[in-house]
Design a binder for this molecule. Structure first.
Ligand SMILES: Oc1ccc2c(c1)N[C@H](O)CC2
Length: 114
């Protein structure tokens, strides 16, 4: 079937949804490993292993500077946070478990928007 044309209103709704989702992520009790950029200079191996670092404060900055085209490009960056976490941390670790819980929370919340 024909794709629905995106109107400016749709884009504004996407932006509001991204802001809402991000504030809920930041407020989550398990958000602490993801709130600000990893200090890669003090974490051996991080810069080599994680090609595209991402964190919630950087996502907020990108949102503020209108760098997300739509909800999809925003979701890609949020998933990057959790994929980086899974790559660098054991599943059975404090940060690893926090990442899995945050991803589960995010997946539930954004799918409720659809
Ligand atoms: O033990 C440590 C020490 C530092 C970090 C982690 C684990 N995991 C984070 O993903 C990256 C920063």
């Amino acid at each position: 079937c024909a794709k629905k044309a995106k109107t400016p209103k749709d884009s504004n709704n996407d932006l509001a949804a991204c802001r809402m989702l991000l504030s809920e992520l930041e407020a989550h009790q398990d958000a602490w490993p993801f709130l600000s950029p990893v200090r890669h200079k003090s974490v051996p191996g991080y810069r080599k292993v994680i090609k595209k670092p991402m964190d919630f404060s950087t996502i907020k900055e990108k949102l503020t500077n209108n760098l997300y085209l739509n909800l999809e490009t925003f979701i890609i960056d949020v998933n990057l946070v959790f994929d980086n976490c899974q790559k660098f941390n054991e599943d059975d670790s404090e940060i690893g478990r926090a990442g899995h819980r945050m991803r589960r929370f995010f997946d539930k919340r954004w799918t409720e928007l659809l």
